[in-house]
Ligand binder design. Structure first.
Ligand code: FAD
Ligand code: DLZ
Ligand code: SF4
Length: 508
């Protein structure tokens, strides 16, 4: 009897375990665009378009490769509306009794496939460098699961950037040499453009018609939808941007939304590129003397370290991870996260580019929109919903640990040893946003003062019990205690006024 090989929308790799286990002569590939996946969050329009376009292109490639593929389009009349429904319908159609697939990157779907009326075998997703089991072994018995220690083991295990037993260049981590602000540069190489062929255009039209009210615009859609385009994106990054990636990875510029970032996260998360090949391409540039160690190490750490680590945490911590709220934050997400209508120039810039491109780079996510939500005490569930919806690369296995863990401290410190918070001074140092802002980044209190400045101290003051014993935060509390009482009161009063405005839905 034939079996079904189910390929989900973010499993677009020809060499995943499920396709490897299949037999072209006997088995049938099934792929389905379904409402349930298109609506479990309010996906950005570009994310919907990328998902469907890349799925259709991948189905074509599998057919060219000799597979029989049953593909359901979103608007097909017989579409059952859910992945389980489609797999059951197709199984009946071809007389299959078993479905093979890679375990999905989300607890919600793993559970749905497990309780399906048809037998669905979920194989471990082997498109990652570190398996879930390997991560659990690493985590066992450790008091703290810090990324840096995990990353060093991965370096040793893969041999990436190793010289014998030592790290290339003699140091594991070159962060200290990075973290530079950037200057506008008219000669910076523009991002490559990807042709919108008939397939992409048809999907863009469908998304515009079917999801008119979803967040975001479609005009700027310029994402690789195929393996070939993803290879071109990788090559472009290695040739033009890797060299400067390290020093400027934390920088932000109003008129240069992408800087030296790779934009490869959707390619990686969909499976168009493998993490190993991306790391190897960066390593090859280092070995050829084309990129310095601090950039190559910084880049490889994001993929071999952070990306693998957050996935490990997501599956290790279990399905309740996303509902944790260690700091008991409960304020509603301000409406300007959707509308962009705020006077804070940094927030407006990060949210506007998110609307236009479905993309913001890491520091914008962490130290602008994430930082604000944390300081303002926003409900981490609502913060996670926002990040899951608005970014081109958002899949729960990677979005949730970054948002709940790294950014919002909702997991109580599983990922972050201290909260990622800052006043406006950090944003001012790393960006050119403040010059054009309605608020004054130098003012510490009062109506015109940068909201990050007062909210920063309000956060520290209201969470004193939790954080003052943290060795890495002692100095900050000492600084707070040294300020005279009137100054402290003025800051807290200013912060309260900002929070009151948020609660009243007023513009800030
Ligand atoms: P680059 O800066 O060029 O980095 C190279 C690659 O490293 C990325 O493509 C990505 O695959 C990987 N990477 C870098 N940082 C991380 C990280 N912290 N975790 C995992 N991988 C990382 N990344 C996602 O892929 N999906 C998400 O839904 C997502 N949500 C996030 C939410 C918050 C609140 C924060 C702070 C970060 C989030 N990230 C997420 C991580 C990171 O911001 C993006 O991976 C990165 O901005 C993607 O852009 P890039 O490809 O240009 O990255
Ligand atoms: C994100 C997404 C979307 C928008 N649509 C589909 C779809 O129609 N069919 C499908 O198989 N997968 C889709 N996906 C990706 C899944 O939601 C993804 O596999 C899970 O979130 C697990 O990572
Ligand atoms: Fe952002 Fe404050 Fe700077 Fe305005 S002054 S751009 S709110 S950091």
């Amino acid at each position: 009897k034939p079996r079904l090989i189910a390929v989900l929308g973010d499993q677009l790799s020809p060499d995943g375990a499920a396709l490897r286990a299949g037999d072209k002569a006997r088995d049938v590939v099934v792929m389905a665009e379904v409402r349930e996946e298109a609506t479990y969050t309010g996906h950005h329009k570009q994310k919907l378009a990328l998902s469907f376009a890349a799925m259709r292109r991948f189905a074509d490639e599998l057919e060219r490769d000799g597979w029989r593929v049953l593909y359901t389009k979103l608007t097909d009349a017989e579409n059952a509306g859910s992945l389980v429904g489609e797999f059951a319908r197709r199984a009946e159609e071809v007389g299959a009794e078993e479905v093979l697939t890679l375990a999905p990157g989300e607890w919600r779907l793993r559970e749905a496939l497990d309780s399906a009326p048809i037998r669905i075998r979920q194989l471990p997703d082997d498109r990652f460098i570190c398996s879930e089991k390997r991560f659990a072994d690493w985590a066992k018995g450790r008091k703290e699961l810090r990324m840096e220690w995990f990353y060093r083991e991965m370096r040793r295990e893969t041999g990436l950037l190793m010289e014998g037993d030592d790290p290339a260049g003699g140091t594991w981590n070159y962060d200290k040499e990075n973290r530079k602000p950037a200057q506008p540069d008219l000669f910076r190489e523009p991002a490559p453009t990807f042709r919108k062929d008939a397939l992409v255009q048809e999907v863009l039209d469908m998304v515009a018609a079917e999801f008119p009210d979803n967040f975001g615009t479609l005009d700027g859609f310029n994402w690789p939808v195929s393996r070939a385009q993803a290879e071109r994106a990788l090559e472009h990054f290695i040739t033009h941007n890797l060299c400067d990636f390290g020093p400027y990875q934390d920088a932000m510029l109003e008129d240069d939304r992408l800087l030296y970032h790779s934009l490869l996260s959707p390619c990686l998360n969909l499976g168009l590129l493998s993490p190993r090949e991306v790391c190897e391409a960066a390593q090859a540039a280092y070995k050829a003397g084309k990129a310095p160690i601090q950039s190559v190490e910084g880049f490889i750490r994001q993929i071999l370290g952070w990306r693998e680590y957050v996935r490990g945490i997501y599956f290790l911590e279990g399905p309740d991870y996303t509902s944790r709220n260690a700091l008991n934050h409960s304020r509603d997400l301000p409406w300007f996260y959707w509308s962009t209508e705020t006077d804070m120039a940094c927030m407006k810039a990060a949210i506007s580019q998110t609307r236009d491109l479905a993309y913001a780079h890491h520091i914008q996510r962490l130290m602008v929109t994430g930082n604000f939500a944390l300081l303002a005490g926003i409900d981490p569930g609502q913060v996670q919903d926002w990040y899951l919806a608005v970014y081109i690369d958002a899949y729960e296995w990677v979005e949730a640990p970054n948002t709940a863990g790294m950014s919002q401290f909702a997991d109580g410190g599983v990922i972050a040893s201290k909260p990622y918070i800052s006043s406006g001074a950090y944003i001012d140092k790393m960006s050119d946003y403040c010059a054009g802002c309605a608020y004054d980044v130098k003012a510490k209190d009062g109506e015109k003062s940068c909201p990050f400045n007062s909210l920063y101290w309000h956060f520290l003051d209201r969470h004193r019990d939790r954080f003052e014993g943290n060795a890495r935060m002692k100095l900050i509390y000492r600084n707070w205690d040294k300020q005279d009482e009137a100054t402290r009161k003025a800051k807290l009063k200013t912060a309260q006024a900002v929070l009151d405005k948020l609660d009243a839905g007023a513009r800030i």
